[in-house]
Design a protein around this ligand. Structure first.
Ligand code: CDP
Ligand code: CDP
Length: 219
């Protein structure tokens, strides 16, 4: 069974996808982590975020893979654990430029389809229901108002000791949503057969309950 969870930044995709995968004993795949890792690769090698040729060269020379540990999914770039390094503001603010490159998407989508082949999986991202797994049995499109999403990220940051002003986070989220929804190749978009869940006024537990109901209806 394939479960696709898409939606804008900070809608709760990875939180919900991880919990659903854990409850169902499915594999979880965070596709955003892959685009973030390619962005980190460019940064590490001083390659411009729009420099397609050199980014593709770096992708052919390095390996991105996932490791499932007790405390969740870790992302490795070659042998280095980059799970934290891909979450910095620098990467967050530039990932949409890298993810808009057609050739980068082609390679990562192929990796994602390979990962989902023949296993029960929950995959989250922006184009899972529309492009990566168009035949997924369950497609969820998670949304929440930009104010609520900024507030959630603000709280998450405070817990990590980062104090970015709320307004800045709201502008960053809105800018990334705009770029992700307006790019030419597989933009962020609700698949016609996806079920939209507005989580603005829902707790994590309530969202998990609602998504579980939807999954059970499709079993
Ligand atoms: O967790 P957050 O909402 O901050 O973002 P993410 O899921 O880690 O994704 C980071 C970025 O990767 C997005 O803003 C998109 O530009 C890109 N992305 C994409 O283009 N396609 C996907 N399937 C997943 C992420
Ligand atoms: O993966 P995505 O960027 O869509 O969002 P996330 O990283 O899963 O969630 C962003 C933040 O919102 C996390 O701190 C979650 O704990 C929180 N969240 C929440 O407070 N209420 C929800 N219904 C869903 C997520």
């Amino acid at each position: 069974m394939q479960i696709a969870i898409d939606g804008p930044a900070s809608a709760g995709k990875s939180t919900i996808a991880k919990l659903i995968a854990k409850n169902l004993n499915f594999v979880y795949c965070d596709t955003g982590a892959m685009y973030r890792t390619v962005t980190l690769l460019a940064k590490k090698h001083n390659v411009g975020y729009g420099d397609t040729l050199n980014i593709l060269k770096l992708m052919s020379e390095h390996k991105i893979h996932f490791l499932n540990k007790e405390d969740g999914q870790h992302v490795l770039l070659d042998d280095e654990d980059v799970s934290d390094a891909i979450r910095t503001e620098e990467i967050t603010n530039n990932v949409s430029q890298v993810s808009a490159i057609k050739e980068v998407r082609t390679e990562l989508v192929e990796m994602q389809r390979d990962l989902a082949n023949d296993i029960d999986i929950v995959m989250d991202g922006r184009d899972i229901g529309t492009t990566v797994l168009p035949h997924a049995e369950v497609k969820i499109f998670l949304i929440a108002s930009v104010e609520v999403r900024a507030q959630r990220r603000f709280k998450e940051n405070i817990e990590r000791g980062i104090d970015t002003p709320l307004k800045e986070l709201q502008d960053e989220i809105a800018a990334r949503d705009y770029k992700d929804s307006h790019r030419e190749i597989s933009p962020l978009k609700k698949a016609s057969d996806a079920i939209e869940v507005d989580t603005s006024d829902m707790t994590i537990e309530q969202v998990v309950e609602r998504v579980t109901e939807i999954v059970n209806e499709h079993k």
